[in-house]
Design a protein around this ligand. Sequence first.
Ligand code: AMP
Length: 396
Amino acid sequence: MGWNTLDDVALAGKVVLTRVDINVPMEGGVVTDTTRIDKIGPTVGDIIARGGKVVLLAHFDRPKGKVVPEMSLGHLKAALEASLGRKVVFGSDCIGAPAREAIAAAAQGDVVLLENTRFQPGEEKNDPALAAELAALGDVFVNDAFSAAHRAHASTEGIARLLPSAAGRLMEAELRALEAALGSPQRPVVAVVGGAKVSTKLELLGNLVGKVDHLVIGGGMANTFLVAQGIEVGKSLAERDMAPTALEILAKAKAAGCTIHLPVDVVVAREFKASAANETVAADACPADAMILDAGPATVRAVTAVFEASKTLIWNGPLGAFEIAPFNAATNAAARAAAALTRAGKLISVAGGGDTVAALNQAGAAGDFTFISTAGGAFLEWMEGKELPGVAALMA
Ligand code: AMP
């Protein structure tokens, strides 16, 4: 795969600077969802079991290079202690004497938590001087923050260039799943791309048509493809000025041998609201005063058949306006079909990106997918075929 893991670096007796994503939601000083904290447990436990001293580097929120007390990582100390079951020693700065003193004060088996890296003006600029100050604190760098890997920052990219570096267990799992879905996948591969607009997913579509065997286009963006083919979509969300771009994507797909699947039937309504009166019509029969809010049952059957004929699925974006029932029906049904095939060992299924995780959770399907990425922007940039600087810096 090319990148080091915890198995490739010596950790005994070393101070291990470990970049994590613990940017958890908080309300009134209380952590409301500890998922991100809980997920770093295996990496922290593994480093300690191998004799390393764990020093956590992390950002919180967007302080933009200034000290903002409400964004102090000190607020997370108790939540970390509860989740990890270890004493946490907090350092009131991520560099200099406060950081060195916290590291010295921690016993083997304790976890050091250094202050928000984004309090430093050099962090988001990937300032080499800050990277050097961070690197001077330890012996080895471990990056477990895939969700921050699409940004070249001092605590993700700069530091990795200065120390022996490796992916943590969470990053490793993410990279393996993504590699299995698009790097060297079992074919045929089907991608589902849905969501509101073509314009936000142009690069992603352009990359996918050159890599996958089938591309299912759903959601509002499918309307733009229908318009491009001369089909009227009434009052539906559609980016009419993107029609030429949609045609280019269709041509590129054809040249690459990628079959595009657009809705064959659609659910239309006159209002964008839950339980709005609706009807199912052929994809080319949207009434002039109505809008398409979901794919229809024939489309779901066609999509399910493509899933059944595929070995790998990669999914981003809902097939309809999934937040308002009943326009979540196609997304839910397709997600459940993918989940059942995955459970049966017939499909490798990887999904990610903002709304997609919420949509699959709502369908009750997320638990059965092979891998769900919560990385958002990093997942999308990876689907676009871009090199992620935080990952590139870990290459052995
Ligand atoms: P994205 O963030 O691009 O993945 O888009 C997700 C959003 O697209 C969700 O808020 C959906 O409600 C919306 N969406 C999907 N299909 C449609 C549609 N046919 N009409 C309007 N909005 C849609």
